[in-house]
Design a protein around this ligand. Structure first.
Ligand code: FMN
Length: 138
């Protein structure tokens, strides 16, 4: 069982957040896989989940949009949303709301957002999120 961190990113900013989340997971002693949304093919052996996308035209990017639309009941799976944005940042909220709708258990109250490139404090938040997800993977 591992933590899955799915992301879609145009310029590597949300990707950097995904990598920091996995660093946190691994530092806490659990396994983690960073999954490019283009390569996603199902939630197998996942004990916790983070999904990230940057915001484009106030929306989630298309591959992550498809994934969150197609996912079915998450049955209390520990989860969180994240993403980089430029000015309005709707995508992480859209992800988080959809995770709630799918009955995931959000491990952080609000999704993690990075304005532009994630700075050190956001990277630390991402690592911390990783440790929270890892803690749910017993
Ligand atoms: C065509 C286009 C549309 C965008 N629309 C939005 C938007 O509606 N709201 C927002 O906050 N940022 C918007 N952005 C900014 C990106 O979300 C921002 O550059 C982000 O850091 C990209 O992260 P990424 O490298 O993970 O894709 C837009 C950027 C582009 C190129």
């Amino acid at each position: 069982m591992k933590v899955g961190v799915i992301y879609e990113s145009t310029r590597g900013r949300t990707k950097a957040m995904a990598e920091a989340i996995c660093e946190g997971v691994i530092s806490a002693g659990a396994e983690c896989e960073v999954i490019d949304a283009k390569e996603f093919n199902g939630l197998t052996d996942i004990c916790a989940l983070a999904i990230g996308s940057s915001t484009r035209m106030k929306r989630v990017l298309p591959m992550v949009k498809r994934i969150i639309s197609e996912l079915t009941d998450l049955k209390g799976l520990p989860a969180a949303g994240f993403g980089s944005y430029g000015w309005s940042g709707e995508a992480p909220d859209e992800i988080s709301n959809r995770l709630k709708e799918l009955d995931a258990e959000l491990v952080i109250e609000l999704p993690i957002k990075a304005k532009d490139y994630p700075g050190e404090s956001v990277i630390e938040e991402c690592r911390h999120l990783g440790t929270l997800l890892a803690a749910r993977c017993g």
